[in-house]
Design a protein around this ligand. Structure first.
Ligand SMILES: [Zn+2]
Length: 81
């Protein structure tokens, strides 16, 4: 994974919570459009977040949890290598 991805993943959660500055948000948005890995991860994270907000009392579908876990494991592994 490119170095840019590390920063994007790092900012992804704060970006979703609208806690980043406009400059960082713009850079994350640009990267999400250019990078399929982070773009997929972001769309997937949004699905998780929407689901949590709508059905906070229900358990997420197993396939969604598996996809999230895979995405995070891949990023963790790439950061260490
Ligand atoms: Zn990326």
């Amino acid at each position: 994974m490119k170095r840019n991805c590390d920063h994007t993943v790092e900012y992804l959660y704060r970006y979703m919570d609208q806690e980043l500055t406009w400059y960082r948000r713009a850079r994350v948005q640009w990267h999400l459009r250019k990078c399929g890995t982070c773009g997929d991860g972001h769309r997937f994270e949004q699905q998780v977040k929407m689901m949590v907000q709508r059905k906070c009392t229900e358990t997420p579908p197993p396939e969604l949890i598996d996809r999230l876990r895979t995405f995070l494991e891949e990023n963790t592994r790439d950061q260490k290598s």
